[in-house]
Design a binder for this molecule. Structure first.
Ligand SMILES: [Zn+2]
Length: 270
């Protein structure tokens, strides 16, 4: 009899632990950060880096239906530093690189519809250029809770820059973003995802508090990871539904997310 009671108690404890895990700890295996570029029906010369507005709307709706809520770069980095930060049960961060005007025209209204926020990493020389975000658009998005960060001045491979030229690329884009928004630009995204030790040192020295890569996978707390934030790029050919299923699974395997989630119609080409 006593054995049976103990067994029942043990089963109840296990069930309670399991319930607590699923209810409150979706991000125990790490927080995903998605990377977009163009949101447009015509990506010009970069179709791979383009998501149509209809597809982007569908993807954001699918995330919302699955219970994901966006967090800011500040919240993500606080979590990664191990600081106490209140997070939704299923957090995700969204980012856009380069600063295309279609981020304002198409992505911004869709994100607002779902109550979502994102970070925009802006190339310094692109402010107010045709097809790129204007200072006014950037200010409006920043006022709406979007994070605006640096992405270098001219989008070179920063491994090929050193000294003053490297400093200007990194610090110059920080100053540009801060002039546009009137707010501190705390985060950087490595152009093309390329960096070396000198790049990381220049980014930290310029005063950025973290930097975003194109290393795939999820982000977990860890003291040295602030300058190596992982992102999952969403390409034209990405099978988003398979990606969402992996993100939704909350399984350790999601730390191994790879680039091979390719839609059937593109599998011959990518
Ligand atoms: Zn870029």
């Amino acid at each position: 009899m006593l054995t049976a009671v103990r067994r029942l108690a043990a089963i109840i404890v296990v069930l309670l632990l399991a319930a607590g895990h699923t209810a409150a700890a979706q991000y125990q295996n790490g927080i995903p950060v998605l990377l977009y570029h163009h949101v447009n029906d015509d990506g010009g010369d970069m179709p791979e880096l383009t998501t149509s507005p209809a597809e982007f709307d569908r993807q954001m709706g699918a995330l919302k239906d699955a219970g994901f809520e966006t967090i800011t770069a500040d919240e993500l980095l606080a979590y990664m530093r191990g600081e106490a930060v209140a997070l939704p049960a299923k957090p995700i961060a969204l980012t856009f690189d380069d600063g295309y005007e279609d981020n304002y025209t198409y992505a911004f209204p869709i994100l607002k519809k779902y109550g979502y926020k994102a970070a925009i990493f802006m190339v310094g020389i692109n402010f107010d250029r045709p097809g790129r975000l204007s200072g006014g658009q950037i200010r409006e998005m920043a006022a709406g809770g979007f994070t605006v960060g640096g992405h270098s001045m001219t989008h070179p491979d920063l491994r090929a820059r050193s000294g003053a030229a490297l400093r200007e690329e990194v610090a110059g884009s920080k100053a540009k973003a801060e002039r546009a928004t009137g707010r501190e630009a705390r985060y950087f995204a490595y152009p093309g995802g390329f960096y070396n030790l000198a790049t990381v040192e220049a980014v930290a020295t310029a005063g950025y508090r973290g930097a975003f890569t194109v290393l795939t996978g999820l982000n977990k707390p860890g003291g040295h990871d602030a300058y190596f934030v992982r992102r999952i790029p969403v390409f034209m050919f990405t099978d988003f539904d398979r990606l969402l299923a992996l993100l939704n699974a909350n399984a350790p395997k999601t730390s191994l997310l790879q680039y091979d989630l390719v839609l059937p119609q593109y599998q011959d080409r990518y």
